[in-house]
Design a protein around this ligand. Structure first.
Ligand code: PDD
Length: 280
């Protein structure tokens, strides 16, 4: 694989980052995952916008213009011959020459890393035909989940808790309501209405979420942006998640309780179809 690190395209084993990098020592960095379908980037503009916002909220210098970022994305897709998959981008506050809680001097260059992940069959995923199982876990993450930071230890542990329980993923619950999945936004469906938590500091503002809600409205579905409980989700007609790496993925079981018929429902299936169709 050819990767990008701080201005250079290199074979992955030659790419290096300092041991003093703020991303490594303090999880002081942000990331984006942009999917590729048919060699084409999905929603680059949305990801670039959210990235700029994450950087600005953390006062990390934006290292380059969006056009330059787009160029690197395209170059990596071409060099690695990516048809279906993802591009991972990470920008950290850079590498000063020691560990310090105080931010490094202004002139410290942010670290920029990008690499591709080839996922043949991403659009035609068998999981989407069967649906996935989720468990609920308490949401104990920090209070600025709208910033896409690389502090992913708890989501990673959540995924392992799901695995241990024989499930695929975890939905996180705070004050009795679902916030989101470990790496995706959460939805339920009641009749013709799609319900998903409203945007706030409590959840990541998914780029896939924005696209899917737009397609849902265009298809005359009703959209309600509000919080919901695990009990309401278990009794809903359908449930699903969205993210750049899963698109629209049906959820068929929550904490051991079957959702609807226990199989992917028509709304999730239709939204997945529309999303993939529109992204090709
Ligand atoms: N995760 N919520 C969380 C906590 C996420 O980590 C993600 C994305 C989403 C969905 O956002 P989007 O639709 O823009 O991908 C929601 C990425 C895919 C990841 O961590 O790999």
């Amino acid at each position: 694989r050819t990767v990008y690190v701080n201005g250079e395209y290199l074979p992955e084993h030659e790419a290096k980052v300092s041991i003093f990098d703020r991303g490594f020592l303090m999880a002081d960095g942000v990331y984006e995952v942009t999917s590729v379908l048919g060699g084409k980037l999905i929603d680059f503009e949305g990801h670039a916008k959210r990235l700029a916002r994450s950087l600005s909220e953390l006062e990390i210098r934006k290292p380059m213009e969006d056009e330059a970022l787009l160029e690197i994305h395209r170059e990596l897709v071409a060099r690695n011959d990516i048809d279906e998959g993802m591009i991972y981008l990470q920008i950290t506050r850079g590498a000063p020459n020691d560990r310090d809680f105080v931010f490094p001097p202004e002139e410290t260059a942010p670290t920029v890393v990008l690499f591709t992940q080839s996922k043949p069959g991403l659009a035609d995923s068998p999981a989407a035909k069967e649906g996935i199982k989720v468990i609920s876990i308490p949401d104990i993450r920090w209070g600025r989940r709208d910033i896409k930071t690389v502090q992913l230890l708890y989501p990673s542990m959540g995924k392992m808790m799901a695995r241990a329980a024989g499930a695929d993923d975890a939905w996180m619950v705070e004050e009795g309501a679902v916030t989101e999945g470990t790496s995706n936004n959460a939805y339920i469906v009641k009749g013709n209405t799609i319900i998903t938590r409203q945007l706030s500091h409590e959840i990541l503002h998914g780029i896939t979420r924005a696209a899917v809600l737009r397609f849902a409205r265009e298809a005359q579905m009703q959209v309600e942006e509000r919080a919901f409980t695990i009990e309401e989700a278990q009794q809903a007609d359908e449930a699903f998640i969205t993210s750049a790496s899963t698109f629209v993925m049906p959820v068929v079981e929550i904490d051991g309780a079957q959702v609807g018929q226990g199989a992917p429902g028509p709304v999730a299936n239709r939204l997945r179809e529309i999303y993939i169709e529109e992204s090709r």
